[in-house]
Design a protein around this ligand. Structure first.
Ligand SMILES: Nc1nc2c(ncn2[C@@H]2O[C@H](COP(=O)(O)OP(=O)(O)OP(=O)(O)O)[C@@H](O)[C@H]2O)c(=O)[nH]1
Ligand SMILES: [Mg+2]
Length: 423
């Protein structure tokens, strides 16, 4: 990320009586910090709903303008998604850029995106967000601030109608272009996925709120399975450390294998466009056989985080899958760990015993339907042998006079289907 000066901003939030209001304001500060923006003051108002044209009531907006002036802030950040006209009207009074939570999250994603796919996905979400907001200058300002140029440069405060029309067409064209490129990438991604699926390996996906410890758990598991350090993924104490999906193949002592995926974390009010754009990245979660929901159990707001995770999963179309709930970071709490209760595990990603226990739970959930059997498959039925090679764990193969003798570990359904070949 480019070295940039810190911007001073005033955070604004509407308290409609929602129970996690204080937390969401705190989180807004953290999101701002992740974007090199320092919140110098917070202004809140208690209202049942936002004022349609200006978000805050008019008296409060005047007060806000004075505070911005006194604090020498150059930006106002709203805790809720603002309508284009709210942004416009607030900017008129405050005389500085006004952005909202959505714009902020999009910008963080834009800065963090590494792979071509993630970059395009973020760009698509940004363009869609900007389309109805072309007359505001805030998104352009953010682009300049972070040195990225994904779709910036065409916003133009005070531009004439026809200019805005023109800009809209340019953005629409960019959207189509990005969509097209993404489609191309998806095609090759799909091939990779199909290859993985053809192997028939069970897929386990780590999901959860951002910063819960998903990548740390992935790395602990990878280490546990003796893989090289180059298989480690990026873990860091920051929001949205991970944006791309990484998949690792883990092989247990008994040769059983599974695929483990680590992916983007969730946050409250994850912008809809972003959820849309990241659907393909989240493919692994949607198609998993087992989800491991990682929760930061040391965070006082963990219940809301879990609720947000469950809601986001359903938003991206993840079906009701078997799930292990990991209450992570127990070392930062006074709870005893590791401790298992049904499908929940209180643990620390930094503790080897915890990781062992998690491995046991995963094995138990994923391989419950596996049985070991010996088949004798006539040479004429070579396709069955290929099927087993692809879909089962072949432990021994021996070519005898009347066919291929295989010892395999396979799913119960396959076992039932192939029982005519049982020895
Ligand atoms: N003390 C403690 N710290 C942990 C534990 N697990 C993770 N962390 C720390 O929490 C921070 C976030 O961990 P990550 O693994 O990057 O979190 P993530 O869920 O992948 O986050 P995103 O990629 O942003 O969604 C890092 O600084 C980790 O070292 C734990 O069990 N105990
Ligand atoms: Mg991560």
């Amino acid at each position: 990320m480019a070295e940039t000066e810190t911007i001073k901003a005033v955070a604004i939030g509407l308290n409609t009586g929602q129970r996690d209001f204080d937390y969401s304001m705190e989180e807004l500060s953290a999101l701002a910090a992740a974007n090199n923006i320092e919140i110098v003051e917070t202004v809140t108002q208690n209202l049942d709903r936002p004022v349609s044209g200006t978000y805050f009531g008019s008296g409060k907006v005047e007060e806000l303008a004075q505070i911005v002036l006194d604090d020498e802030a150059t930006m106002v950040i709203a805790n809720d998604e603002l309508s284009p006209s709210q942004i416009r009207n607030l900017e008129k009074v405050v005389k500085e850029d006004v952005i909202d939570r959505t714009g902020l999250i999009l910008q963080i994603f834009a800065d963090r995106a590494q792979s071509r796919e993630a970059k395009l996905q973020v760009q698509l979400a940004k363009l869609q967000y900007q389309l109805p907001r072309l007359h505001t200058s805030a998104s352009q300002r953010l682009d300049q601030q972070t040195g990225t140029s994904s779709g910036g440069g065409f916003t133009n405060r005070g531009a004439g109608e026809s200019q805005i029309e023109l800009n809209r067409r340019v953005v629409q064209r960019q959207i189509n272009h990005v969509r097209h490129e993404l489609k191309e990438i998806n095609k090759s991604e799909q091939t990779k996925r199909q290859q993985r699926e053809r192997k028939g390996l069970p897929m386990v996906a780590l999901v959860g709120y951002t910063n819960a410890g998903k990548s740390t758990i992935m790395n602990a598991l990878v280490r546990q399975f003796g893989m090289n350090d180059d298989k480690q993924v990026f873990e860091k104490n920051m929001l949205f450390a991970t944006l791309d999906t990484s998949v690792r193949q883990l092989t247990f002592d008994d040769q059983k294998q599974l695929l483990l995926s680590d992916t983007v974390g969730f946050v409250d009010h994850l912008p809809t466009h972003l959820v849309e754009a990241f659907k393909s990245t989240l493919y692994e979660a949607a198609n998993a056989d087992l989800l491991i929901q990682v929760v930061d159990s040391a965070d006082a707001n963990r219940d809301n985080m879990m609720a947000t995770t469950m809601k986001t999963l359903s938003d991206i179309g993840v079906p009701d899958l078997p799930m292990i709930t990991v209450y992570n970071k127990a070392d930062l709490t006074d709870r005893a760990f590791p401790s298992r209760e049904g499908d929940s595990l209180t643990m620390s990603a930094k503790d080897a015993t915890s990781v062992d226990l998690l491995v046991d739970m995963v094995r138990e959930k994923v391989f419950t339907n596996y049985v070991t059997a010996e088949f004798l498959i006539p040479f004429a039925n070579g396709d069955v042998v290929s099927y087993l090679n692809d879909h089962a764990n072949v432990l021994e193969t021996e070519y005898v006079e009347d066919g291929t003798k295989v010892k395999v570990e396979l799913e119960r359904t396959d076992y039932d289907r192939l029982n005519q070949y049982l020895i």
